[in-house]
Write a protein that binds this ligand. Structure first.
Ligand code: PMP
Length: 368
């Protein structure tokens, strides 16, 4: 499978894995309403339940704890609207589907490495004095920085609250176990792990009731109305199984990424690697070199046949200052220089070589 660019923007979305595509194409050949009684309906139901088991297994959940949605954005909205808790606390680096969707959230600061301030979380919950919902992502989409979710869950629970983790960037790249994390709710998205767009899931801890965001039919055990996107859900299941079968993926990506960063630093010693001092996803590199604007670098890399991004490319496609970096205390000038390179299942050493060589050329031109 070839694309007309070297794709290094896996945190935005990923190429669909061939086995996922094959499974989906086969399913799309027949009508698939998983609620129908007839044999075709039962077959569709089988695809959905099979996928539920595979997605559950990937995160150490029970199948009944998995609710399928149209993606992470819907799963996050379901959490924000559905718990019955009025007060919501979010970290300062959450994705817009949390940050812009929560009603008047209290924002918990992060430190310079982009890690949540747990003491501030504890203090803020104590001040509220009533059970609250805390939403803390597991890994940041821009820097890859991994958050202390288990510790945050312990704090939220000590204040009788709930902990939700938005985890689409983490699942499939680092081991995720909902019991070890002790989260109440966790969001996944298929297209961040080689599955299709338009499928996501919410882990809802056994015994927790959540009112549905989409009301109507009785699908998903009355938790999410609407005919299931059977082919996409089945593709999600295949992607989850493939991820479970490849536990070494994150370490492989980290090896490529670390070699790349070492070479970039050798070329430009004053390069800033955001989040580089703390635990982060192996596939993600967020960096900037003084004097080289992100948009200049992006366009030049694009012309060199390499697709990367800057800030969060998830919504508008426009280059705007990254709220994540600003929350980390990165000065505006440095934030303007940030580019994000994110690797994935098709990335090889030759791609890294091409990126480093292209970037070196762009850098030396910018300095002249
Ligand atoms: N949360 C995070 C951390 C993300 O990176 C994204 C996708 N950029 C989302 C939520 C939204 O995911 P979806 O596209 O599945 O709605």
């Amino acid at each position: 499978m070839r694309h007309d660019q070297i794709y290094m923007d896996y945190n935005a979305t990923q190429p669909v894995k061939p086995a996922v595509r094959d499974a989906m194409i086969e399913i799309l050949a027949a009508p698939t309403n998983a609620s129908s009684i007839h044999r075709l309906g039962q077959r569709a139901r089988g695809h959905v339940e099979h996928a539920r088991a595979d997605v559950a297994a990937l995160i150490g959940a029970k199948p009944a704890e998995i609710l399928f949605t149209s993606g992470a954005t819907e799963a996050n909205a379901t959490v924000l609207r559905g718990t019955g808790l009025d007060r919501v606390l979010v970290s300062a680096i959450e994705h817009p589907s949390i940050r812009n969707a929560a009603d008047n959230p209290l924002v918990v600061p992060v430190n310079r490495d982009g890690v949540i301030d747990l003491a501030a979380l504890d203090r803020m919950l104590a001040e509220i004095g009533e059970p609250a919902l805390v939403s803390l992502m597991l890994a940041n989409n821009e820097t890859g920085v991994i958050q202390p979710v288990a510790e945050a869950a312990a704090i939220a629970h000590a204040h009788r609250g709930l902990l939700h983790s938005d985890a689409p960037q983490a699942v499939g790249r680092i081991p995720v176990d909902v019991r070890a994390l002790n989260v109440d709710l966790l969001t996944l998205s298929a297209h961040k792990m080689g599955g299709p767009q338009g499928a996501g899931a919410l882990y809802v801890r056994d015994g927790l009731t959540l009112s549905p965001l989409l009301k109507g039919g009785g699908q998903e055990m009355r938790r999410r109305a609407g005919t299931e996107n059977v082919a996409a859900i089945a593709g999600f299941g295949v992607a989850a199984r493939l991820a479970a079968e490849d536990p070494g993926f994150g370490a492989r990506m980290a090896e490529l990424r670390d070699r790349m960063e070492a070479r970039l630093v050798a070329i430009a010693p004053d390069i800033a690697v955001h989040g580089g001092n703390v635990a982060r996803l192996g596939n993600t590199s967020c960096f900037g070199a003084p004097g080289l604007l992100a948009e200049t670098a992006l366009i030049a890399l694009d012309l060199a046949g390499i697709a990367v991004s800057s800030g969060s490319a998830c919504s508008s496609g426009a280059v705007e200052l990254s709220p994540v970096l600003l929350a980390m205390g990165v000065p505006e000038t440095a934030a303007r220089e940030e580019i994000r390179v994110s690797l994935g299942w098709m990335t090889g050493q030759a791609d890294i070589d091409h990126l480093v060589e292209s970037w070196a050329t762009i850098w030396s031109k910018a300095r002249r």
